[in-house]
Design a binder for this molecule. Structure first.
Ligand SMILES: [Zn+2]
Length: 477
């Protein structure tokens, strides 16, 4: 049954949970803190995976798989890393009915175990670069569950690379960030701001972290993907050395990077409305839903053969589904597929069949502006044209929303007001004291220092001191 959805204006958080559950993307699990990803949600994830796999492989990365259990001593080897992850670790102390000699950590991320293997495999400059990634689950202890956004276990890929030089590793960080930017902007239709994290926000054990940050429908920020320059931290700890061309022993330079199932939550929050999901066509498990309309068996006999003919042809070009459930009214079906965010609905009744046409309804536009009629012999190109238009329209709507809710405060007082309403862009001197003061007083954080800067110097919005770069300030998930 179609569930009642809390209006977004009433309670954004309740709206989000209602949509995720009613659209059958995910559900709460019997284990507190964990979630069950249902087939419709998983199908979106599969589409993201396919896109990324193609890009990773086209840039010479190779998938592999490393164990879910990590010896506790591995995690403890890197001080910053353990400090960053300690409160979130799940520890296995017993196995096979006996207490383990050394506890095992359920992976929160795999730097340590992968680098232990790299130390064994990497010998010479000829072995480099090593460009591996894996699709897997990770566990970080968490009780305040929000489906997709904050769960104890989630799915991701994690890339771990080793290079001969810092320069090569830095190029890798940027290559991956650009793949993530394309995934989010071109596939998810979600505009992002690529930039660098502040020292306090960077990954535990990284020299620097690059991120893409997106504005959600409640005007908060969400970190959509990260690409870390690890320098030689892990190389030193795990002793990953190689002989260079001149037979000198060198340490490798490394990166790691990830996006997670959190992105599905972002997709909901960026595009959803009070009717439910709105999915960008490129990632939608169903791009076109066909709803045949009839009242009698005679009408059914007229409509269904035409449905079969056109879907046979259209199905070669788009992911489609025919909703021929006999016991439900067309109106119910319309609502049901709107809730699930299917980008385009094709309606076909007996009168349409007589005229050789069909009605198309877009999910991205408001009711009454969203319908058009198409002649059946022009159906395939028209559907393709509309799907492309929906994809770019969703991006443009999200971009306009971000622009309308981005402010450029001139004083610290204005900054506080700006971050309560959306993103604030202002100069920051780079000091941790200013950052800390701002976090405590405004509840916002520095989301990133955007890569795109105008090159002009200015004055820190917090202390008034000299500043070379602008930062994005916002509240975040
Ligand atoms: Zn300052």
């Amino acid at each position: 049954m179609v569930q009642k959805i809390t209006p977004r204006s009433v309670d954004d958080s309740a709206w989000y949970t209602d949509v995720v559950q009613a659209a059958e993307l995910a559900d709460y699990s019997p284990v507190r803190g964990c979630m069950v990803i249902r087939p419709y949600g998983y199908a979106i994830w599969e589409n993201m995976q396919q896109y990324l796999d193609q890009r990773f492989k086209a840039t010479r990365h190779q998938p592999a798989y490393f164990p879910v259990f990590i010896p506790q001593s591995f995690i403890q080897k890197e001080a910053e890393h353990i400090e960053g992850f300690a409160p979130q670790l799940a520890v296995v102390t017993h196995g096979g009915g006996e207490k383990l000699e050394e506890p095992l950590i359920v992976r929160p991320t795999s730097e340590t175990i992968i680098n232990a293997m790299y130390a064994k495999w990497i010998r010479s400059y000829r072995d480099l670069p090593v460009l591996y990634y894996q699709w897997c689950n990770v566990v970080r202890w968490e009780m305040r569950t929000r489906l997709f956004l904050r769960t104890m276990e989630f799915l991701w890929h994690e890339g771990h690379t080793a290079h001969a030089t810092a320069d090569e590793a830095m190029k890798e960080v940027m290559l991956i960030l650009e793949i993530y930017r394309k995934l989010t902007e071109e596939e998810m239709a979600m505009p992002v701001i690529p930039g660098r994290k502040s020292e306090s926000e960077k990954f535990a054990g990284a020299d620097a972290t690059w991120t893409i940050e997106a504005m959600m429908g409640n005007k908060w920020a969400l970190q959509a993907g990260t690409s870390h320059f690890l320098g030689q931290h892990f190389a030193k700890v795990f002793n990953i050395q190689f002989l260079d061309e001149t037979n000198q022993l060198q340490m490798v330079w490394q990166t790691s990077w990830a996006v997670t199932t959190r992105l599905i939550g972002a997709l909901v929050m960026v595009h959803g409305d009070d009717q439910g999901l709105r999915l960008p066509p490129r990632l939608a498990p169903i791009q076109v839903v066909v709803v045949p309309i009839w009242k009698s068996d005679e009408e059914r006999g007229q409509v269904m053969p035409v449905v079969e003919r056109i879907t046979g042809e259209l199905g070669k070009h788009v992911r489609l589904h025919v909703d021929d459930r006999a016991d439900l009214s067309p109106g119910f079906k319309f609502n049901d597929w709107e809730l699930r965010g299917v980008p385009l609905r094709l309606e076909l009744g007996p009168k349409d069949v007589q005229k050789g046409q069909a009605v198309l309804a877009r999910r991205d536009l408001p009711a009454k502006q969203n319908k058009s009629t198409v002649m059946l012999d022009a159906l395939v190109p028209e559907v393709q044209r509309l799907l492309a238009d929906i994809q770019s329209n969703l991006f443009n709507q999200a971009l306009r929303f971000r622009e309308e809710n981005t402010f450029y405060p001139a004083t610290y007082d204005e900054l506080g007001k700006a971050v309560a309403k959306g993103f604030a862009v202002a100069y920051w001197c780079g000091s941790a004291e200013c950052e800390k003061k701002m976090i405590e007083e405004t509840k916002a954080t520095i989301r990133c220092i955007p890569m795109q800067q105008d090159g002009k110097a200015g004055h820190c919005i917090v202390c008034g001191g000299e500043a070379k770069e602008k930062a994005v300030f916002a509240r975040s998930f």
